[in-house]
Design a protein around this ligand. Structure first.
Ligand code: NAD
Length: 246
């Protein structure tokens, strides 16, 4: 595969890379992005109308049922060649920060390390009373489920529309943005803030900005390089061109 002149060298020479991923990197694992139509049972709802504190207050059972459906869909998915290529890239870069907006756990499953999960993880629940995070809970007998320790109502441990992102994680992501040589943005529509500002901060601090996406996004105009196509094809090709080990 041919890449634009100079691009592969940028990766080979980078001492610090920040990668930001969105739902698009998992599309080839069979997990629909939010911009694609919701299928089947849930097609009548928009994600924005279910993934919100208001929706949860009004009908926690419905919100939990939607998350149970998504968890099932996600739990049969496997990391794809794009996730794997990032694991390989991490081995070659002295300082590598992976920030994801995904909640699907596929970067972890692929073997990436120290992932900054800005939007939480669908395989965790959190107790509303004591903020306790749980990796397993009883979601069969009780809806919404309750915390086995304090009895508080449990919610999915994900960030909903209208909620703030965890401050410490944002700080880590933005501080990497200020020092990286190269920022690589993969499969994100660039519409969800504050994640969409991360590459712009990197750019302001002198980083090379590379975007991988089959379509154009509001960030494309700022990128030095736009690689147009699916990340499951482009990322392994890029890593192979730079380090010949994928
Ligand atoms: P998005 O749905 O808004 O946009 C997805 C982007 O991926 C689009 O720009 C699309 O062109 C691109 N894309 C589609 N197929 C691709 C491919 N094969 N390779 C590379 N790019 C591809 O997603 P977003 O920007 O991540 O933001 C929406 C929110 O949706 C996030 O908060 C995220 O938490 C949530 N979400 C997560 C998952 C997941 O965890 N897998 C799935 C759906 C939504």
């Amino acid at each position: 595969m041919d890449f634009p002149p100079g691009l592969v060298t940028r990766f080979q020479e980078a001492k610090q890379i920040l990668v930001l991923t969105g739902a698009g990197i998992s599309a080839e694992s069979g997990i629909p992005t939010f911009r694609e139509a919701q299928t089947g049972l849930w097609s009548q709802y928009k994600p924005e109308d279910l993934a919100s504190p208001l929706a949860f207050n009004q009908d926690p059972k419905k919100v939990w049922e939607w998350y149970a459906w998504r968890r099932k869909l996600i739990s049969i998915a496997k990391p794809n060649a794009g996730h794997q290529a990032l694991v390989a890239m991490q081995k070659h870069i002295p300082a590598f920060t992976l920030v994801t907006q995904n909640i699907d756990n596929l970067h972890q499953q692929a073997g990436s390390k120290d992932i900054i999960e800005l939007h939480g993880n669908i395989f965790r629940a959190r107790c509303l009373d004591e903020n306790r995070v749980l990796l397993s809970w009883d979601n069969k007998s009780d809806m919404p489920p309750h915390c086995p320790q304090c009895g508080g109502i449990l919610r999915p441990d994900v960030v909903w529309f209208g909620e703030s992102l965890p401050h410490n994680l944002l700080q880590k992501a933005f501080s990497a943005a200020q020092t990286c040589n190269l920022v690589l943005v993969i499969g994100t529509s660039g519409l969800v803030q504050p994640a969409a500002s991360i590459p712009l901060v990197a750019l302001e601090h002198g980083a090379i900005f590379v975007e991988i996406n089959p379509g154009r996004t509001p960030l494309s105009g700022d990128a030095h390089y736009c690689l147009t196509g699916p990340s499951g094809i482009l990322l392994p090709a890029l890593v192979a061109a730079a380090w010949a080990d994928v």
